[in-house]
Design a protein around this ligand. Structure first.
Ligand code: SAH
Length: 263
């Protein structure tokens, strides 16, 4: 199939790079190479400084998140900046937390760049939901406990109804699925109530904050106790909420001597 527009003949280019969940050792080699080649880096909030440190000394680094209490840079501005920079011949790397195509609006960025006739490459990163559960030493799928996994957002676009938690609870129960909820802590009350329509109150739940970073912490609880456990522990964003029977293995995994646990 030939595309309607041929890519611009310029040396500029753009790559969306997944920076992984936080620990720099979880970066891919491809990600490191792309970061090292960039002349302009647009860096999201959840990307740690150790990862940005791979950039060339002469690269321009722009933080576009909410760091330092500032408002985050509007998405349209980020996209305009990327398009302008590519047209000026820059090698633009958009560094996004986790995987660029799991939430975080990577899909929209790619669409807008392609609409501007700019060729975009995407480099996967380890998504936070995957790393968070692995860090507890349990799997997302299991032949006995979970036949599949759903990555789902707890945060809807303004004006959008958002996730149908009732339908999801019903399906998760019947089909034995693990639910991995991103951006769910602030709306945990509603999520809990709606999931309880289809899942037992005894369903095991884990909440993992700052997964793979030195500041990582987690709690395990049940769906029936979720909001109380979050309030009591003070768990806050960025956190992943995992709902499903695989979580019941966490206690056993944590008892293992350190050398047998997931890194
Ligand atoms: N693209 C990212 C997700 C962006 S949405 C990815 O693939 O991981 C931002 C949400 O991701 C946060 O609100 C939180 O729910 C989750 N998140 C990102 N990093 C995290 C971390 N280190 N620990 C726990 N949750 C994290």
């Amino acid at each position: 199939m030939t595309s309607r527009h041929s890519p611009l003949t310029t040396s500029g280019r753009c790559t969306l790079v997944g920076a992984g969940p936080g620990d720099p050792e979880l970066l891919t080699l491809k990600a490191i190479k792309a970061i090292q080649a960039a002349t302009l880096l647009l860096v999201d909030d959840l990307v740690s400084d150790e990862i940005v440190a791979y950039a060339r000394a002469d690269a321009r680094i722009v933080h576009v998140g909410k760091r330092g209490g500032c408002k985050s840079t509007p998405q349209e501005f980020i996209e305009k900046l990327m398009i302008m920079a590519v047209r000026e011949g820059e090698n633009v790397v958009r560094l996004k937390g986790g995987d660029p195509f799991i939430f975080g609006r990577g899909g929209e960025e790619v669409e807008h760049l392609r609409a501007a006739n700019i060729d975009v490459q995407v480099i996967n990163g380890i998504t936070a939901g995957l790393a968070a559960v692995t860090s507890l030493g349990v799997p997302l799928t299991h032949r006995q406990h979970a036949h599949g996994v759903v990555f789902v957002t707890g945060h809807a676009k303004p004006g959008d109804q958002g996730t149908d938690w009732r339908a999801l609870a019903d399906t998760a129960h019947k089909a034995k699925l693990t639910l991995v909820i991103y951006m769910g802590v602030s709306g945990a009350g509603r999520i809990q109530n709606e999931l309880l329509t289809g899942l037992p109150a005894s369903t095991p739940v884990a909440v993992i904050q700052n997964a793979t970073l030195a500041t990582q912490r987690h709690i395990t609880t049940t769906l029936g106790q979720l909001t109380d456990a979050i309030s009591a522990s003070g768990m806050a964003s960025p956190s992943i909420i995992v709902v499903g029977d695989v979580v019941s293995g966490v206690a056993a995994a944590q008892e293992l001597p350190a050398q047998f646990r997931a890194a």
